[in-house]
Ligand binder design. Structure first.
Ligand SMILES: [Zn+2]
Length: 496
């Protein structure tokens, strides 16, 4: 037993626990308290603590994405004593929500991670490939390469091992939508569909009993109405306190946004001018939305070009989408049930081997190429970008949110000289942004979603948005009703 532990009593009902290692102290109180441990004023690194009675529940533990400095921040977990966390609830399987879960066990977390069954199918594979990628980056660094890193960069962080990723898989506890699970004596959990991506859940925590009870709801990422195949998000029925994402809080989806028409024009252009079109794609969500749209073009005989899908995790996740097609919008769920897969089409080719990818690059034929990651900060897309960005016969299509300090943001900003894994490249390719592709609800849709809560919350805490977006969303919400909207700093504890 180390010196930190001996300072503490093991009676969980004690009021304060002394620790020299942890700055955030747990407090036992009847009314719940919420602390944003991450994603307070930024989009990635989601992590929140709910304290209720003698229970501590963490919602999400995501990776921080962005610059080299941001990547280094991932090494330091939120400063709580993870040994005393009873359970973790995961909203959905995007890395900015789940990317650091496998780190918890070496910090003493002994509980389970609750999520939906679809999330539980994808997460083990995602965590293992993330661990492998970290190990590979470190090996490349020691072999003398510093792709994408500053000259004076220290070795890239390895956040967890494949063994820890396996441990995470063993600790998952899937709960279907709508069922209630007693997490602790003080807290009950229910997950409801969030739209967004397959298996995404709105987290309902029923904390305490009687007059001291409170319904704490975490939106996770609220889905857009415009990203089929997923169904549009439904408002919760009731909440006392709502922790609400604000990624697109300052944006309104342009009314005339028509990504299908834009994609049809891009396909026609690619076919007639022999162009290669790269789609940097997130494995879960964006990839399936593109597949759905390409399938629609194919059925309308407007695609004309092969679609090469170079994203192993996305291919796996697409299989999970197919198995949970009841989560699609109703007409697509019926279509899938009738055996007509809304994500499949004749021109779709899976690239599963390196040799096939080399052939793709050598070929001069027009094609759409989908590859991860969507932020262009790693993954198979990097090789395609290195080849395609200096080439005027290429088009790169960006859609939705781009993280600050990533190549995707540089390209979206129209930079003509960019760094691709450390190599400076003059951008000769055509760069296009698709309007209306974000998997996140825009400001107006979020307000409608909150307004649709019948038994409305008295407090709304905004997380998962840059400060400007949080402020814009707070103004929108306050214009509709006199909600108490909080934009707390990280580690600021709010007692309710
Ligand atoms: Zn997400």
């Amino acid at each position: 037993m180390d010196s930190i532990v001996t300072e503490m009593s093991f009676n969980k009902s004690m009021i304060f626990k002394k620790s020299t290692r942890y700055t955030c102290l747990f407090v036992s109180s009847a009314r719940p308290a919420i602390t944003l441990l991450g994603a307070a004023g930024e989009v990635t690194g989601s992590c929140s603590l709910v304290e209720a009675g003698r229970s501590r529940i963490v919602v999400d533990c995501g990776m921080i994405r962005g610059s080299w400095e941001d990547e280094q921040r991932n090494l330091t977990l939120p400063k709580i004593d993870w040994r005393w966390v009873d359970a973790v609830v995961l909203t959905h399987v995007h890395l900015d929500h789940c990317g650091r879960l496998a780190m918890l066990f070496r910090h003493g977390f002994e509980g389970h991670v609750y999520c939906t069954p679809a999330t539980a199918e994808i997460l083990p594979r995602l965590a293992k490939s993330s661990a492998r990628l970290q190990r590979t980056k470190l090996a490349e660094f020691h072999a003398g390469g510093k792709p994408g890193l500053p000259e004076d960069a220290e070795e890239p962080p390895v956040l967890f091992s494949e063994r820890e990723a396996q441990l995470l898989a063993e600790r998952l506890r899937p709960i279907p939508y709508g069922l209630t699970e007693q997490l602790t004596e003080d807290v009950m959990l229910r997950l409801e569909p969030a739209g967004h991506i397959v298996g995404a859940g709105v987290v309902h925590l029923e904390c305490g009993t009687g007059t001291e009870s409170a319904r704490v709801v975490f939106s996770g990422d609220v889905g857009s109405k415009h990203v089929p195949p997923m169904a549009a998000p439904l408002s919760p029925k009731a909440a006392d306190i709502l922790v609400l994402e604000s990624t697109n809080g300052g944006r309104v989806r342009p009314k005339d946004a028509d990504p299908d028409a834009q994609l049809a024009a891009i396909a026609a252009d690619a076919f007639s001018k022999n162009r290669r079109v790269l789609f940097p794609t997130f494995a879960i969500g964006r990839a399936q939305n593109f597949l759905y749209r390409f399938a629609k073009l194919s059925r309308a005989n407007k695609l004309h070009v092969p679609v090469l899908f170079d994203a192993p995790t996305a291919i796996f996740a697409t299989g999970v989408y197919r198995r949970y097609s009841e989560q699609y919008r109703p007409e697509l769920a019926r279509q899938a049930q009738a055996g007509d897969d809304p994500l499949d089409f004749d021109e779709l080719h899976y690239i599963s081997k390196r040799r096939e990818m080399k052939e793709v690059k050598r070929s001069r034929e027009p094609a759409f190429v989908m590859a991860g990651s969507g932020f262009c900060d790693g993954g198979p897309i990097m090789e395609h970008l290195r080849h395609g960005l200096p080439n005027p016969d290429y088009t790169v299509v960006l859609g939705g949110f781009t993280a600050p300090d990533t190549l995707s943001r540089d390209l979206a900003n129209g930079e003509r000289e960019v760094s691709v894994e450390g190599t400076k490249i003059q951008v000769e390719a055509q760069i296009l942004s698709l309007e209306g592709m974000s998997g996140h609800a825009d400001g107006g849709t979020i307000v409608d979603w909150v307004h649709g809560i019948q038994d409305a919350p008295s407090i709304i805490m905004l997380n998962h948005g840059e400060d400007e977006a949080r402020l814009a969303l707070a103004k929108r919400l306050e214009a509709v009703r006199d909600w108490r909207v909080l934009r707390t700093a990280g580690e600021e504890r709010v007692e309710l």
